[in-house]
Design a protein around this ligand. Structure first.
Ligand code: SGN
Ligand code: CA
Length: 521
């Protein structure tokens, strides 16, 4: 267990005036107003699609600014790589078997303790805008305005305390407008915590009309593992998230031809999304896609050619959605600058998990392999809280750590049940005491994409995974030698000692995180 308490005692003394938003003074730091928090989260944003992590595909100058002026966490992970479980993990600082949200199908118990609730009780103004996806009514927020379920890209419905309302425009822009509007009209006396949670760049990757032509002339580098044959990896072989096999030409890749000659399984479903657009939006959209559709029909791709065409088409739309996110993050940063808020605001950018951009031939997430186990994490602190320890943080951090970090900086006590640790420990200590291994547990099987249930452990070098339920398969990877996780070493004699060590670590983590009820796995 990590030691995470020492400075809370001091913090509690400083903030005895809990609940009435009193400003505090400390001798070392001058006026120590409690910092505001702006927590921006996107949905399915792969670290491969952020230029501060990976320069291959796109440029995200506004998001990168958070890392440039703050910190980039290069080993940031989730506990359970799927939407609702990740959101519940962040809100509670607990693994999903503890907060109950083990998959997307369950309704979140929003009466349980969450960090927004704790901040609200401590006098923070709290707001949530955008995707929620937890089914229950949000609690702990003075203001909330959310998308129903996954939400729509064009002219989306929003729900608030008064009901449902359709709003004209593009989701990423509207969510940002609403966030800025809330900032503009908030009570300027107390600190605030604002959660800006985008739908983008979630499937079906519908770009804003202004971004449609962005990648027209770009040919994206196809990942080396695109034509993976999944040798020695049964769970990987049995998934249904392959770009080649499972990505729908109409639903995912927008080949909705007016002649209705392209008939696919999900054509009707995409028609529903297309028909949300108004006539003006449709006109701009059609101008772009009609040419592509005509070309696609004429070429009549099959086999490998089709597989490669699909990859390029997917990347174009996915990255165009991210361009809108980047532009809108820029708007928030500008607002904070222009209103003298930057110097007392913690800004965090993350995603609910990572994503596959063709690695192993996939889209989607769920697996404990690196692309979906990792998630972006960028954090900019007010100057007086910034570390002198350098920009990149390489420690193994996880989304259970966000809640305790926010509370720590806000000077609010962290309940013992919280399983994560405050990142402040990493930021302020040269040699922090920190975890040397991560635990992971994914449950949503059988369901869409058919990723088997699994749990595992990852150290800075090795990863051990156990797939269970309808199979019983172990996988072991040496990430230093095989970062793409193609070579399953489990069962090889020369790795027996390493395997045994990892199994011990795994059991220790299951005990530490109280995931020992074997009847559930
Ligand atoms: C939807 C998507 C899936 C995706 C899940 C979970 N299909 O069901 O591709 O894996 O959401 O995503 S779609 O046809 O509705 O686009 S999550 O981010 O919400 O967990
Ligand atoms: Ca997601």
């Amino acid at each position: 267990m990590l030691k995470k308490r020492p400075f809370y005692l001091l913090a509690i003394c400083l903030f005895v005036a809990k609940g009435c938003g009193v400003k505090n003074e400390t001798k070392e730091e001058g006026p120590a107003t409690r910092p505001n928090i702006v927590f921006i989260m996107t949905d399915d944003h792969a670290i491969q699609a952020l230029s501060c992590y990976d320069g291959r595909f796109n440029s995200t100058p506004n998001i990168d600014r958070i890392a440039k002026e703050g910190m980039l966490f290069t080993n940031s992970f989730v506990t359970n790589s799927i939407c609702a479980p990740s959101r519940a993990t962040m809100l509670t600082g607990k693994f999903t078997h503890i907060n109950g949200q083990i998959d997307n199908r369950i309704k979140f118990d929003s009466t349980q303790w969450t960090f927004p609730m704790a901040l609200q009780q401590a006098g923070y103004q709290t707001a949530l805008i955008g995707k929620w996806h937890l089914r229950s009514q949000p609690m702990g927020f003075d203001h909330w305005n959310i998308l129903p379920g996954q939400g729509d890209y064009y002219n989306p419905n929003f729900i608030d305390k008064n009901g449902v309302k359709r709003e004209e425009g593009y989701a990423t822009n509207i969510i940002t407008d609403k966030a800025i509007n809330w900032l503009e009209n908030r009570n300027g006396q107390e600190p605030f915590c604002l959660l800006v949670h985008h739908k983008a760049p979630h499937r079906t990757w519908m770009p804003d009309t202004t971004d449609l032509y962005l990648y027209d002339d770009v040919k994206f580098q196809v990942p080396e593992t695109y034509f993976d044959n999944y040798e020695n990896r049964r769970a990987a072989a049995e998934q249904k998230m392959s770009i080649i096999e499972d990505m729908d030409v109409v639903y995912d890749l927008k080949m909705l031809d007016a002649e209705e000659e392209i008939q696919t399984k999900y054509r009707k479903a995409f028609e529903g999304q297309y028909n949300r657009m108004n006539e003006a939006q449709k006109a701009v959209w059609d101008k772009k896609y009609n040419d592509l559709i005509a070309d696609f029909k004429e070429k009549g791709y099959t086999g490998k050619e089709l597989a490669l065409w699909k990859y390029q088409r997917y990347m174009e739309d996915y990255l165009a959605c991210i361009n809108s996110v980047d532009r809108n993050v820029g708007r928030i940063l500008d607002y904070l600058d222009e209103n003298n808020l930057t110097e007392n605001t913690i800004i965090v950018y993350t995603s609910d998990q990572g994503f596959y951009l063709g690695e192993h031939g996939w889209f989607d997430k769920r697996f404990m392999y690196e692309e979906s186990f990792k998630t972006p994490l960028l954090m900019r602190l007010p100057k007086h809280l910034q570390s002198t320890q350098g920009n990149n943080k390489e420690h193994l951090v996880q989304n259970i750590d966000y809640a305790p970090t926010f509370l720590d900086y806000a000077g609010v006590d962290i309940p013992n049940e919280v399983q994560g640790s405050s990142l402040r420990t990493l930021i302020e200590n040269e040699k922090p005491e920190w975890r040397d291994a991560l635990y992971y547990h994914y449950y949503e099987f059988p369901n869409e994409h058919m990723v088997k249930r699994h749990y595992g452990v990852r150290t800075d070098r090795y990863k051990l995974i156990h797939f269970y339920n309808d199979i019983d398969e172990w996988e072991l990877y040496d990430l230093a030698q095989d970062p793409s996780e193609m070579n399953n070493l489990y069962g090889k004699e020369e790795y027996n000692t390493i395997t045994e060590d990892l199994k011990q670590k795994l059991v220790a983590l299951q005990e530490e995180y109280q995931d020992t009820d074997r009847s559930t796995y």
